[in-house]
Ligand binder design. Sequence first.
Ligand SMILES: [Cu+2]
Length: 499
Amino acid sequence: MIRSQVRRALLLFAVIGLSPSLGAAVQAPPAIAAPSLAPADWDAQVKLKEAVDHNPDPRIVEIDIVARVADVDIAPGKRVKAWTYDGGLPGPLIRVHVGDRLIVHFTNQLPQETTIHWHGVRVPITMDGVPGISQDEVEQGKSFTYDFTVPDAGLYWYHPHVQSAAQVGFGLYGALLVEDPAEATTVGVPDEVTLVLSDIGFDDAGTLDDPDNGDSTGMVFGREGTYVLVNGKTRPTLRARSGAPQRWRVVNAAKSRFFVLNMDGFVFTIIGSDGGLQESATTTEQVLITPGERVDLIVTPTGAPGTELVVRSMLHNRGYGSFFRNVEDVLAVRISDDPPAPKVALPKVTRTIMAPPIAGATHVPMALTLPPIDWKGHNEFQVNGVPFWKSTPYLAKIGETQIWVVKNDTDWDHPFHLHGFFFIPLDEHDQPIHPMGWKDTVNIPQRTTARLLVQFNERPGTWMFHCHILDHAEGGLMGHVQVGPVAAEHMHLEEPKPR
Ligand SMILES: [Cu+2]
């Protein structure tokens, strides 16, 4: 939080075992993984630097990450003094296999305290990166070791949970790709790229935008950076062989910006979301990815050699229309001179997902509100009538299944994120919305109600939930759920102070 301080140690339960798998891909694999069809160096402009594993054990990935200020070029002549992991924007791609142990020796060389939160990963509470709840802030010059097992395949990401709107906006985020080797055949697309979408704002001198600009009105609108980035670059180019499918693993790491991807009307096949593959594939020409969400998609660019296809982010009404927002170029895809690829028959990607039991689930109502501005002209988001700094925890017993009925009573969309647990979105009759996928972040459009099925079957502790428009989170839209026995004393969540 973004801004909380530790008042009392709270951690009573720390030792967590490996959880049962949420269900693996079940498509019978063909015998051999498909060979690459892409042109040489097709992804050179967006290739992420990868973290270096210095542990010889094949099931342990052990890396070092240093957070520090660094000069970063996002385009020719466009240099920003960003806050980075290891000097890069985004931070290094961490690549692990499902079931691996990940050890991260983290050092903070920023001019401010920070933490790392592992977004979407079912970590033990002590590894969740929330100061005041799961760990102390990592002070300037200090280190902390994160150490946990990655139980679920999928694309995840990491970012700070201290002053998160500011720190994420300054450049602190990176992708964590948890691979399932079986997908080489069950998905069968060898040409895969991880795309970290974000934005950043800075002036001609390379000085970062004030994270508080526009005061609490800026908070409500959600602050976006001027430069839209894919893997830290403005409008980079991917190369493609006409007719050859590409698998894009996409995360929206922006602190506020919504992405609505459209590639000149080409069809995207969506095969997965936050927690890995989904029940079955869907197709669409336009993919909405709100902050914190991930999408796993397959696209097959076609065209004559030299054709440039443009991936744009389209307008989306996330509150009061799309004031101050534009259609943006995100990425170009250039068709190579290679002869068109032979027609590829891709496997049908499916996954058996067992939703938690709906019968007997506890309904937990939550109203998201934005009361009229106060006498000081200040806006404040609330959950059930209180901003997070006045909140008390929601409660869940170990093993309890709950349906969170989250009513968005505001004129703004809210991408709702729960730490530590996946949920399944339900319809108004409490039935799963198909195709099911494990979600940890879901957009709740303005003036609508979401129903989220979640089973708190493991890992007692205090887990955050919040809007992933990080300005909204800091503006009050955050709370916490106590899973397991109630701690004797609750932690204190402190109101953000003016910086
Ligand atoms: Cu919000």
